[in-house]
Design a protein around this ligand. Structure first.
Ligand SMILES: [Zn+2]
Length: 129
């Protein structure tokens, strides 16, 4: 016996197979999109620096990503409030991320090196070269 389901489709059975199939393909697409996004995210992180220490600090993580993106797009770290680290003979540029973190870049190549907490950064900055 055919019947009309509440969605308006006509079919047999306890539930609408057309809607179930459509929902399933929507879920599959959604999953595929999420996977692609995660993969892209991982690629970005692999290319750059480990931001896992600020996973719990969304704003800091986003700001760090923004800085990494800008630098990889050609902006100079010095134009992003960065300054050369004297203790590293100016070979390392430190860019502030929020109030408590610093992103370090290799000055000659502008390659991102690492994200540091303010404490760890001070430790490096205070070191006598
Ligand atoms: Zn339906």
């Amino acid at each position: 016996m055919k019947r009309t389901f509440s969605c308006g489709h006509i079919g047999k059975g306890q539930y609408c197979h057309a809607c179930t199939a459509a929902e399933k393909s929507r879920q599959t697409e959604k999953l595929a999109r999420e996977k692609a996004r995660e993969k892209k995210q991982r690629a970005v992180e692999d290319d750059h620096v480990d931001l896992s220490m600020v996973t719990h600090l969304r704003a800091v993580q986003q700001q760090a990503r923004e800085i990494l993106r800008k630098v990889s797009a050609g902006e100079h770290p010095l134009a992003l409030n960065g300054k050369p680290l004297r203790s590293c003979a100016g070979q390392v540029i430190s860019v502030p991320v929020g109030r408590s973190y610093r992103l370090l870049f290799d000055a000659p190549t502008l390659r991102p090196l690492q994200l540091l907490s303010h404490e760890a950064y001070n430790h490096i900055a205070d070191r006598r070269a």
